[in-house]
Ligand binder design. Structure first.
Ligand SMILES: CC(C)(COP(=O)(O)OP(=O)(O)OC[C@H]1O[C@@H](n2cnc3c(N)ncnc32)[C@H](O)[C@@H]1OP(=O)(O)O)[C@@H](O)C(=O)NCCC(=O)NCCS
Length: 238
């Protein structure tokens, strides 16, 4: 969808929203959707093994395996609120399963974000306050961009990426699917980050980052003998 200034009013008057997730990101999503949008959050859903409490903010937390029995997909919009576990694989899997169950997944774009002209944002994106998306930026599906980050003019962020706080992506860049950009990291203009990369906190990229590698430092260099496969498999954390 292309964003316009009336983006938030497009959210619809009191459409019912179910949040997939019951952790910290889900709690944040509850606040953002409740305070800033026309959606009414009516409940949460998590896989049975991860349900700690049957209520969150006084609302039911229902098993994801049977979510349709509680919140019918024709009457509810969904939002998958999960962070970057397994290099974004968990969020991506739940998003795909939610869509396969027949739900439409909405995006949240903060009213305090600065959105330029001809910006496109996919489904199930979570774009927080003080984010700037300059003219012609394209954001894929299921992308999270945390507070204060900037994506420069005509840059593209691939599906399932996660940009932490205060990331600076300059103009004409491309970030490959599933990549994670750490807090305060930055990219010079016209660079490419391959798929499945981790860019460490504070890293300064001045050349392209190759697929599946972990980059740290200034200038950013790949960690020797390391790939992101152990993170994807859940054996290591970011
Ligand atoms: C890059 C990162 C994933 C590496 O974590 P790790 O796999 O546990 O790696 P290690 O801590 O074993 O560090 C490996 C080496 O890289 C260095 N290093 C790690 N992160 C670094 C960073 N951000 N900047 C500079 N050097 C870094 C370490 O000092 C170490 O160097 P050494 O081998 O000379 O001792 C992690 O440090 C990082 O930056 N995570 C991002 C955190 C973040 O942005 N959080 C925001 C969440 S919203």
């Amino acid at each position: 969808m292309t964003l316009s200034k009336d983006w938030l009013t497009m959210a619809g008057p009191k459409e019912k929203l179910v949040i997939i997730g019951s952790g910290e990101t889900a709690e944040l999503a509850y606040d953002y959707f409740t305070q800033d949008t026309g959606y009414e959050v009516v409940g949460f859903s998590a896989e049975k093994a991860y349900i700690g409490s049957e209520l969150l903010f006084g609302l039911p937390v229902v098993p994801f395996e049977h979510i349709e029995d509680y919140f019918h997909p024709h009457e509810h919009t969904a939002f998958v609120a999960v962070s970057y576990t397994q290099l974004n694989r968990l969020r991506s899997r739940l998003y795909n399963e939610t869509k396969n169950k027949g739900y439409h997944c909405c995006s949240y774009v903060s009213p305090k974000a600065n959105v330029g002209s001809n910006v496109e944002v996919g489904e199930n994106c979570f774009i927080l306050e003080n984010v700037t998306l300059q003219r012609g930026v394209k954001i894929g599906d299921c992308v999270t961009i945390w507070t204060g980050s900037t994506v420069g003019h005509r840059s593209k962020i691939g599906d399932n990426c996660f940009l932490a706080m205060h990331v600076a992506v300059s103009g004409f860049c491309e970030v490959g699917a599933f990549s994670f950009l750490g807090v305060n990291s930055c990219m010079s203009d016209s660079l490419k980050v391959g798929i499945d990369c981790v860019i460490g906190a504070g890293a300064v990229l001045i050349s392209d980052a190759f697929e599946g590698r972990i980059y740290v430092g200034n200038p950013a260099k790949p960690l020797p003998n390391r790939t992101t496969s152990a993170i994807i498999e859940g054996k290591e954390k970011i």
